[in-house]
Design a protein around this ligand. Structure first.
Ligand code: ZN
Ligand code: ZN
Length: 422
């Protein structure tokens, strides 16, 4: 079909574009809001497969060998990746144990395995039924596998401890760094469009019939643009390629995001009032809140680190809550003001949230390493649980906000080409 093209809908504003071939390394951006629509990557599947296989090897090494060893007063305490999780669990802070376990071990593993479960069969020219579900899982897990945030937590813990004891870095720590680099490279090499195209090509059209324009909707998971038809009674229409329920906009986006933002705001109070951990040194203990932890870093002359922790633990959650609140109000008031900047604000809000977990991971490392009875022990505190809840709830809040609502309030051609209700 000469001049045929596929359609792609912008994730952030919903505008439809014609797909065009790109030069290698090029990126296509949304003409309206500036979001990256897709990038061109050479040998995407082969490179991603190799990098994922290498990542799996380093994942095993990172979990088998000792991570760090803490030496003080002639005694040594070695820890592995899982030790911090077990210590949190034994301190009756199991929600925190679950969070650290998922972010640093379980979800990275599931991500690597599901990536392999998709790429290996494709490489062998097979297409078993589970592929679309496995690949959706890879994309869903993306924000929740937080190894690079964990590594920063390791760094903060290391700097805090190096003053009072000798710290030896283990094989697992180096493997963990290699794992992060490999997974980042795998993410950069992966072109999701190629995978989805192998799973089911997008229909190509020569011309867009005018009556179609009003009923086209992009799939959240695989970006396939389909024609929205009347769904079966009480049900949803599902994406023909990946099976995700199709909605023109995320359902009840405003109400859900509001509820989550308010919950997180309330939890933010105990998160700052209660201690996140208690450092007991030679029999004397002093509880630390998030803010007093930052204060100690400043007193120790560790300015850059103090700034980092302050930014991640205090500035980011507050700005996120304010930013989301502002976006919600601006959509409800049908604001026409700078939609492009508001979409950018949304993108930043969504991207930075996970970095607030630094303090939580740091605590899990400290409690795993420093348990030398009366000489030095660090115990986790309940403030940490509330804080982890704040971070997770704000992440979910950002995900449930639909940035396309910002654009629904703008008139122009978009108004005429999009139906009012799905
Ligand atoms: Zn856009
Ligand atoms: Zn889909």
């Amino acid at each position: 079909m000469a001049g045929a093209f596929s359609l792609i809908a912008c994730h952030d504003c919903g505008l439809l574009h014609r797909e065009r071939p790109l030069p290698d390394g090029g990126a296509a951006k949304c003409t309206r809001c500036g979001a990256v629509l897709y990038k061109a990557r050479r040998n995407s599947l082969d490179r991603t497969l190799m990098l994922s296989l290498a990542a799996l090897i380093f994942f095993v090494l990172a979990n088998v060998y000792p991570f760090m060893t803490f030496k003080m007063e002639g005694r040594a305490q070695a820890s592995t990746l899982i030790t911090g999780v077990m210590e949190l669990y034994e301190a009756d802070l199991w929600p925190l144990a679950v969070v650290v376990f998922c972010g640093s071990i379980l979800l990275p593993l599931v991500k690597v395995l599901s990536m392999l479960a998709v790429l290996l069969p494709l490489k062998l020219g097979r297409r078993p039924r589970h592929l679309a579900a496995a690949f959706r899982l890879v994309e869903i897990l993306q924000p929740w596998a937080m190894m690079e945030v964990y590594l920063l937590g390791v760094f903060v813990a290391y700097v805090k401890l190096i003053e009072l004891a000798t710290i030896e870095l283990g094989v697992a720590l180096y493997s963990f760094v290699a794992l992060i680099v490999l997974l980042a490279a795998a993410d950069a090499a992966l072109d999701p469009r190629v995978v989805w195209q192998r799973l089911g090509a997008a229909p190509r059209v020569a011309r867009l019939p005018a009556r179609w324009r009003t009923t086209l909707v992009g799939c959240h998971a695989c970006d396939l643009v389909s024609r929205l038809r009347r769904p079966p009674k009480g049900g949803h229409m599902h994406c023909p390629r990946c099976g995700t329920a199709l909605h023109r906009r995320k359902t009840n986006s405003l109400a859900r995001t509001w509820a989550l933002v308010l919950t997180a705001t309330i939890l933010y109070i105990p998160a700052n009032l209660f201690p996140i951990m208690t450092v007991i040194s030679f029999g004397k203990g002093a509880p630390d809140t998030i803010l007093s932890g930052v204060k100690h870093l400043i007193e120790g002359g560790m300015w850059p680190l103090a700034l980092l922790v302050f930014f991640a633990s205090i500035t980011v959650p507050v700005l996120k809550l304010i930013g989301l609140g502002y976006l919600l109000i601006s959509v409800q008031r049908k604001s026409q003001w700078r939609p492009r900047d508001r979409t950018r604000l949304y993108r930043i809000t969504e991207a930075v949230g996970r970095w607030s977990m630094i303090d939580i991971f740091m605590i899990s490392i400290l409690v795993a390493l420093v348990k030398l009875g009366s000489i030095a022990t660090i115990e986790p505190g309940v403030g940490a649980t509330s804080f982890a809840a704040v971070v997770i709830i704000t992440m979910i809040a950002a995900m449930s906000f639909d940035p396309r609502l910002i654009w629904d309030n703008m008139e122009s051609e978009y108004e005429r080409t999009t139906p009012r209700a799905a």
